[in-house]
Design a protein around this ligand. Structure first.
Ligand code: PMP
Length: 359
């Protein structure tokens, strides 16, 4: 049987997303996937013999309280990644519509569009990694393929910067009656004051993505949230699978979002964020004194983007010492750059020790 012929054209042609797990690597210091470096422990409190609720009410209520939105403005999914895909499935017609995003940025927007035969429109960020609004406006004005969803990442992975709030407001105004504007806030817990969640009541076409994979130290749980106008949430719920959130996921996520559980609750998140920011500051300072480092870019997330004079050599030297980081040098404008997740202080020190010896 010729399975290649049987498969859809767009899947046959697809280059799958190269996740940190898929790329793999060997080592004992994992600074390649923007995970939190230490695990927390939880116990299950719910039975498993029944199907879970499609949208577990206790979990929705807990995240709504955390994010300052109403439960009807919220959808919970298998990580923010599922929501990126769901938005395309619910709003873009394959072979007809497009999504738009601004490289260098997170790779899953493009891959998700490709798997559904939806056109990818890209508008490169400006030199300081802000939105090129005139170019975006021109793309939004085109009728075929028609841009239905715009994805922007705030703070942006992998460049680490926030987007200018006035630019985001301008983008929302230019997309009005044309497209959804999805602000991916996967890393906003590290800079919560910069969230755009309070704008949801002013812009019904604004969609915000969140996740428990980063500051909540729960990447293995696979739990993400979409905040949007209730009618948009209802459309997404039409396209989602019947039981997307396994009962243990809802159980643990609800505990992580509660203050009732002391160490497992929101206090722990605050402590995680403070620890990451502290280590990030230390690493930034230490890296700026390494001679192989060309530039350390400021970051609002749980990583640093670093440009090296000889990136291949640095990547090899780190790998030989069991330190796995993420190569970003193929992304537009990021030649020579590696993304280094903020690990424990000891892990950061091990990376710096290696880098000090690379000439
Ligand atoms: N958006 C961005 C910008 C990310 O970096 C990630 C994690 N790689 C995601 C979304 C997906 O997060 P999740 O683990 O919730 O699927």
């Amino acid at each position: 049987m010729n399975f290649q012929e049987l498969a859809r054209d767009c899947v046959r042609a697809l280059t799958p997303y190269q996740s940190a797990r898929r790329i793999g690597g060997y080592g004992d210091v994992w600074l390649n996937a923007n995970e939190f470096p230490r695990a927390e422990s939880y116990s299950l409190t719910q039975p498993l013999n029944r199907y879970p609720e499609c949208q577990p009410p206790a979990l929705l209520a807990a995240y709504a309280a955390y994010a300052g939105v109403r439960a009807e403005q919220l959808l919970v999914s298998r990580g923010a990644d599922e929501s990126i895909e769901l938005l395309i499935r619910a709003f873009c017609e394959p072979g007809k519509d497009a999504i738009l995003y601004c490289p260098p940025t997170y790779g899953m927007y493009g891959v998700s569009a490709e798997t559904f035969g939806v056109t990818r429109r890209t508008v490169l960020s400006t030199k300081d990694w802000q939105l090129d609004l005139p170019a975006i406006e021109a793309a939004l004005g085109e009728t075929a393929p028609k841009v239905k969803v715009v994805y922007v990442c705030h703070p942006n992975n992998p460049t680490g910067n926030l987007l200018d709030h006035d630019d985001l407001r301008r983008l929302l105004r230019m997309a009005e009656d044309k497209a959804l504007v999805v602000i991916d806030e996967a890393y906003i817990d590290f800079c919560p004051d910069m969230s755009t969640a309070s704008w949801l009541s002013s812009f019904p076409h604004l969609v915000i993505l969140r996740t428990l994979s980063k500051a909540f130290a729960l990447a293995g749980l696979r739990c993400g949230f979409t905040m949007a106008y209730p009618e948009v949430i209802q459309l997404l719920l039409k396209a989602i699978t019947p039981y997307p959130i396994p009962a243990p996921v809802a159980d643990i996520a609800t505990q992580a979002l509660s203050d009732k559980y002391g160490e497992n609750g929101l206090q722990r998140v605050k402590r995680n964020v403070a620890e990451v920011i502290n280590n990030r500051r230390w690493l930034q300072q230490a890296l700026s004194q390494c001679s192989c480092v060309d530039r350390v870019f400021p970051s609002e997330g749980n990583w640093l983007l670093v440009r090296f004079s000889d990136v291949a050599r640095v990547f090899r030297a780190l790998g030989e010492q069991g330190i796995v980081v993420r190569d970003q040098s193929k992304q537009p404008g990021l030649a020579g750059c590696l993304r280094i997740t903020i690990g424990t202080r000891e892990e950061c020190e091990r990376a710096v020790q290696v880098l000090k010896e690379v000439q």
